[in-house]
Unconditional design. Structure first.
Length: 141
């Protein structure tokens, strides 16, 4: 499961912006073989007086934390590719805004500590996972 938590100061994203970004994120993971419903994106608006960068309140800022559980990058080059992909996807919406501080990081979490609807997800690339992707939902296997 990729979990994207996007902390942001007010008025940076419209509802349409949020929907478009969440759909692009889900599209990417679906294109690399994950069931679409694995992808969760949360937008967490944070007041500038509660969002500090370098010890100072940030008027306009975005901090994205990404948890990868379903898959891991096997080596440094694949991690760099993932970081470039993320940057490229965010650059259009965030990189053009003057005065905006934005950053992200990715954690790779143990899949041993993950369940969906109380079910341990099937092994990556297995027939059961492909069936989950086709159904776009979890089911016993």
């Amino acid at each position: 499961m990729p979990l994207w938590t996007i902390y942001h100061t007010p008025d940076l994203f419209t509802d349409d912006d949020k929907h478009q970004l969440a759909a692009r994120v889900a599209d990417h993971y679906e294109n690399v073989g994950l069931p679409r419903f694995y992808v969760v994106t949360l937008f967490r608006e944070t007041r500038p007086e509660d969002f500090y960068v370098g010890g100072e309140p940030a008027a306009a800022a975005v901090r994205i934390t990404i948890d990868h559980i379903a898959r891991r990058n096997p080596d440094q080059e694949s991690r760099r590719r993932s970081a470039r992909w993320i940057k490229g996807m965010l650059q259009d919406q965030l990189g053009q805004r003057e005065g905006l501080h934005w950053e992200f990081h990715v954690d790779e979490t143990s899949e041993d500590l993950w369940m969906i609807n109380g079910i341990v997800p099937p092994p990556g690339g297995s027939d059961a996972e492909k069936n989950w992707a086709k159904q776009n939902s979890a089911s016993p296997y």
